[in-house]
Structures are given as structure tokens and as C-alpha cells.
Unconditional design. Structure first.
Length: 222
């Protein structure tokens, strides 16, 4: 128990550090891009028309003079942070999941999955007869995992992450003696095992797009 506690502390620090680094990088890049982009946008605006103009009319003037550049600047400034948060969270979960699966799959993940499925089956022993029943049952199981405060949050997040990716399109629900819980367990484990070490390529692509927008604003009058 003590060993598991130490392991989860270490895992949490890895996840937190990764998330903080990506978000700080995204915030820093967004602020710099916003400032530089704004400077290039207003550079060719006639100061005689804009010196005493209030913010809203000035923005309208800016959009009229540089419509494409202004829209791209707004998207980069106000849209990028949300994308960094979204992809940063996704990267962090995959990174922690990959490490947890590599280190503790048999001793921690599989027992928790067994526990949840057995408990759910005992309390709600409904028969899963079709894809609609499956979807509803899967959502209930995910809800059960999310609300099981007795388990580590990273374990719960990883199981939920994997289970959301599981689909039963290739299952014939008309088969006799079909054991839904064994199937969902097998498919969840297969999904977990398919999670490879994540790549930061999406983060680098976002940064590249931000700076490409600045370059576009600097080199064009659109």
C-alpha cells in the first residue's frame, strides 16, 4: 500500500509537470504572438483616423483595413489557449496512462476493472441485447468509475479514457450466451495496451501555426 502511494505521488508529479510545461509554453507563445501581431496590424493604420477613436470603432477600422489578418490574429489570440489546454490534457493523460500501463497494468488497472464490472453487474444485472443497451450500460459504468472516490484519480481517468474509445460494432448481439462484461473487459484492456507513448507533435504544430499567422500579418496587407 505504501509502495503504491509513493508510486501515485510520483505519477501525479509527472502528470502535473507535463501539463504545466505545455500550458506555460502555450501561454508564453500566445502572449508574444498577440503583441507582435497587434503591432504589425496597426502599423499601417492611418494615425490621423485612429488617434482619437474609441476601442470599438478602432477595431472596426482595423477589420476594414486588414480583415484577414485581424480574424487570424483573433483566432490565434483567443482560440489558441483553449487548444493548448485541450491537447495538453490529452497528451498528459496518454503520458501517464502509458507509464501506468507499462509499470502497473496487471497489479492495479486489471483489478480495478474487474472490481467495477463485477460490482456493476451485481447491482444492475440487465441483459445487453443490442448496441443501444451497450451504449447505455457503458455510460453507466463510466459514471460508476468516475464517482468511485475510493480509487486513485489517475486510475479512474485512464480507465474512463480507454472505455470511451471502446466500441462494439463488430459484436453480434444475437449470439447466445453473450457475456457483455467479459467482452467490454477484453476490449478495454486491448484499448489500454494500444496506448503508445504520446507525441508532442500536435503542440509543435499549434506553435508553428501561431508563428505562421504572425508572419502572414507581417508580410501582407490583407
Amino acid at each position: 500500500m505504501k509502495e503504491n502511494f509513493k508510486y501515485f505521488v510520483k505519477l501525479s508529479s509527472i502528470g502535473a509537470a507535463s501539463l504545466i510545461k505545455i500550458n506555460l509554453l502555450g501561454i508564453f507563445s500566445t502572449v508574444i504572438v498577440a503583441i507582435i501581431g497587434a503591432v504589425f496590424l496597426v502599423k499601417n493604420i492611418d494615425p490621423g483616423h485612429s488617434a482619437h477613436v474609441s476601442p470599438i470603432p478602432f477595431l472596426a477600422l482595423l477589420f476594414a483595413a486588414r480583415p484577414v489578418g485581424s480574424i487570424l490574429w483573433l483566432i490565434s489570440t483567443f482560440g489558441s489557449p483553449w487548444l493548448f489546454i485541450f491537447f495538453g490534457n490529452k497528451y498528459t493523460i496518454k503520458k501517464v496512462a502509458n507509464k501506468l500501463i507499462t509499470d502497473k497494468s496487471e497489479s492495479l488497472i486489471h483489478p480495478l476493472l474487474d472490481k467495477v464490472l463485477q460490482k456493476f453487474h451485481k447491482n444492475q444485472p440487465q441483459i445487453v441485447r443490442n448496441a443501444g443497451d451497450y451504449s447505455m450500460t457503458k455510460m453507466r459504468i463510466i459514471h460508476e468509475i468516475k464517482n468511485d472516490q475510493s480509487e486513485n484519480k489517475w486510475l479512474r481517468k485512464i480507465l474512463v479514457f480507454a472505455m470511451k474509445k471502446v466500441n462494439m460494432d463488430d459484436i453480434d448481439f444475437n449470439q447466445e450466451n453473450l457475456n457483455f462484461y467479459e467482452i467490454i473487459k477484453l476490449k478495454t484492456i486491448q484499448t489500454l495496451e494500444s496506448i503508445t507513448k504520446p507525441s508532442r507533435n500536435t503542440i509543435w504544430i499549434l506553435l508553428t501555426i501561431q508563428w505562421a499567422i504572425v508572419l502572414f500579418i507581417a508580410l501582407t496587407n490583407l
